[in-house]
Design a protein around this ligand. Sequence first.
Ligand SMILES: [Zn+2]
Length: 149
Amino acid sequence: MCLEINGRPKKILKYPNSRLRVPSEKCEFSENLIKLIANMKETMMKNGGVGLAAIQIGVPRQVFIAYDNIFINPELIIEDETQIYSVEGCLSLPNNLQRKVKRFQKISVRYTTERGEQELKEFDGQEACVIQHEFDHLKGVLIIDKDNQ
Ligand SMILES: [Zn+2]
């Protein structure tokens, strides 16, 4: 069950808020989830981000946005171990802090769409990096935790 959420855009939690460290739980497809997603889209756009995880507005459920896609209960599938460097920022970090992190160049994601359909899709490059960044949020991991060597 997802938390009740009203229409107004939410405040984005900032590091070192301990709630950002809470692992997110699987989500059921519901009316509340649709409201949550609408709210996340608005909050992300208002803040000029390209991705946002529900936990960043304090809701510990497995849902995030990366560019134009919504991922509900996502599962990452790594078949190609090739890694690339990605320079990333995060709406939850102060002062537009950026960090160089290692990401898989190509990933597949199994997830539920915002229409409630099951999807398995491949992503690469920048989009794959944003998805991995948001996926980290679901585990309570931030880019400042990553080994950047
Ligand atoms: Zn982030």
